[in-house]
Design a protein around this ligand. Structure first.
Ligand code: SF4
Ligand code: SF4
Length: 317
């Protein structure tokens, strides 16, 4: 496995994947300077898990996320996303392991980082800076930055690059960093050397903590997710109220769910909380204008105020 620790950044190991440092090391260094904690390089080939993804869709396990049914030709062949693409660069950017919390003890998934702008808007400019650097170093090359903005099986490519492995909770796990990371891709027509890159095999072993801890049974087996039962889906993507049964299983979390990541030994075990939200009573009283002002540019905007209020009612009931 061509996987090398480069240095330490904010307690996390910054990693890049290859034994051939000559061509890609400067890109990895630039990525590190922008705050990314891991980078991997692979070819734009048929994604490792494309067939599994199609079977998952065919089994209807994607809930109401109809957009996942579309653009399979693009998912299968990333060169259709960028004509002439020769390299897929996968980048991981960390989010805090502290849980956002209200003064009355309710929480959200960590990735929400409600004091910050939604990660899509924060990470795109960073990746674009790296893309511009690549264009400078490879004159005439073209790039396309993807931050959940194109149909690409990002965990497949991250795994193929050797950057991390897919855990039984279906998350990309970077051994030195865990899974509390956002993934970003840069497609480039530059042909970057990838010698000795191999997909990383799972390191879960006999562990099944994530499957055991899933409160709704959405993880209905190792590497198997029924999104229609997953609290992350039900509290963010699902249009409509959380049903009573799921509501009883939300614990104190009203936006997303981190249970299968918290259980994972590859993540930092911390119960540290960041009281950065108004109380749930205040949020229930919040009007659209206040919500827009306070959370309009955050990850909460994806769900919207009425959805959040429904989640809060469910978690408090
Ligand atoms: S996010 Fe929560 S509900 Fe969804 S699979 Fe993980 S533990 Fe289960
Ligand atoms: S909790 Fe265990 S089984 Fe699940 S992803 Fe982490 S290491 Fe793998």
């Amino acid at each position: 496995m061509g996987y090398a620790k480069l240095s330490v950044l904010d307690s996390l190991s910054f990693c890049f994947v290859t034994r051939n440092r000559t061509l890609i090391a400067p890109i990895a260094e630039k990525a590190r300077s922008l705050g990314f904690v891991a980078v991997g390089f692979s070819r734009p080939e048929r994604p490792l898990f494309f067939d599994q993804f199609c079977s998952w869709i065919a089994a209807g396990k994607h809930g109401g996320m109809a957009w996942l049914e579309r653009h399979q030709a693009l998912r299968k062949d990333p060169t259709r996303l960028l004509h002439g693409c020769q390299t897929v660069i996968c980048l991981a950017y960390p989010y805090s392991s502290r849980k956002p919390c209200t003064p009355d003890g309710f929480t959200t998934a960590r990735y929400a980082e409600p004091k910050k702008t939604d990660y899509h808007d924060r990470l795109r400019p960073l990746a674009q800076r790296l893309a511009l650097t690549i264009i400078e170093w490879y004159p005439g090359s073209k790039t396309r930055v993807c931050v959940d903005s194109a149909p690409i099986l990002e965990r497949s490519f991250a795994c193929a690059s050797g950057m991390g492995f897919i855990g039984k909770n279906n998350m990309l796990i970077i051994p030195e960093c865990g899974s509390y990371v956002f993934l970003v891709e840069i497609l480039t027509t530059a042909f970057l050397s990838l010698s000795n890159n191999e997909p990383m095999d799972t390191q879960c072993g006999s562990c099944s903590r994530c499957v055991d801890v899933c409160p709704t049974g959405a993880l209905d087996g190792p590497f198997s997710l029924d999104a229609s039962r997953c609290l992350s889906y039900l509290t963010i993507e699902h249009r409509g109220e959380v049903n009573d049964e799921a509501g009883r299983k939300m614990g104190d979390c009203f936006f997303g769910c981190d249970a299968c990541q918290e259980a994972c030994p590859f993540n930092e075990a911390t119960s540290s909380r960041d009281v950065c939200l108004p109380s749930t009573a205040e949020m229930l009283r919040m009007e659209a204008r206040d919500f827009e002002e306070k959370f309009g540019k955050t990850a909460f905007a994806r769900a919207g105020l009425e959805k959040l209020k429904g989640n809060i009612r469910a978690v408090r009931s």
